[in-house]
Design a protein around this ligand. Structure first.
Ligand SMILES: [Zn+2]
Length: 268
């Protein structure tokens, strides 16, 4: 089974040679990345299997399908569109979403429940996909471990490493604590992905503003999101300026499903 899985991953990457060549430059924007794309996606599958046992995933096929569908819409706008991304909904009223290496995004019901419109929710989803496309998670890993130690950990799919990472993700609600530069890049890419997918990127600015207001009001439900994604008024202003440049004409702020999806999310 394990061998089969590895061959599948290898076959996948054999068909994506040009893609990985295109990503080489992108992977070095925020520092060296010692994890190959192939290793990253293999790690992602292992970590996802472990996390899905530990997290309380919703038992709501409609909600899961909606998040998956919107997520894949965003993925199609990226240079990692040929890779198999996965989206999961966690029953947790904390306002949070996070990306783990290898194209996996987790969204809490709390985030959907609090979003004022579909585009606010899609904004955070696009931001998380952008962290994945920019490979910020494995960049942070590369900072945390020496290159040769990291290679040793990843080769042979070290189960101890996966367990350690999964424990950390569950405890903190994120794979890594991103830098301000990571956030800026994820916002900029997120705005572009949203616009290309036909969503008004002003939604991301609105959601960030909502989260900041909640934090200023002493709301405890945004703690996890802020600890891993440093958010400031400056970030809101930058995103808003980028959204204005794009212009909202012809772009969606809402869709016909969001209101009922939000009601479903509010049950958790
Ligand atoms: Zn972020």
């Amino acid at each position: 089974m394990r061998l089969h899985h590895r061959f599948y991953v290898l076959a996948l990457f054999a068909t994506a040679v040009s893609l990985s060549a295109a990503l080489t430059s992108c992977a070095t924007i925020g520092g060296a990345n010692y994890v190959s794309l192939e290793e990253e996606w293999q790690l992602g599958r292992e970590l996802e299997a472990d996390l899905n046992q530990r997290l309380n995933l919703v038992n709501d096929a409609s909600l899961q399908r909606y998040v998956e569908q919107v997520g894949q819409q965003i993925v199609r706008q990226t240079n990692m569109a040929n890779l198999p991304w996965r989206f999961h909904v966690v029953a947790d009223d904390q306002i949070n979403a996070f990306n783990i290496p290898g194209g996996v995004v987790y969204v809490n019901t709390g985030l959907i429940a609090e979003a004022g419109s579909a585009s606010e929710f899609v904004g955070v989803l696009a931001h998380e996909v952008a962290h994945g496309v920019a490979r910020h998670g494995t960049q942070r890993m590369s900072q945390a471990y020496e290159a040769n130690l990291l290679a040793g950990l990843l080769l042979g799919g070290n189960p101890g490493l996966v367990e350690q990472l999964a424990t950390q993700v569950v405890a903190t609600g994120a794979f890594a604590k991103f830098s301000r530069a990571d956030e800026r890049e994820a916002d900029r890419l997120g705005v572009a992905f949203m616009a290309r997918a036909g969503w008004n990127p002003e939604g991301l600015a609105q959601m960030l503003e909502r989260l900041l207001a909640e934090q200023r009001g002493g709301g405890s439900s945004v703690g996890q999101f802020f600890s891993s994604h440093p958010t400031t008024q400056e970030r809101v202003q930058n995103v808003r300026a980028q959204a204005r440049q794009v212009g909202g004409r012809g772009l969606r702020t809402n869709d016909g499903s969001f209101a009922s999806m939000r009601s479903r999310a509010q049950r958790y």
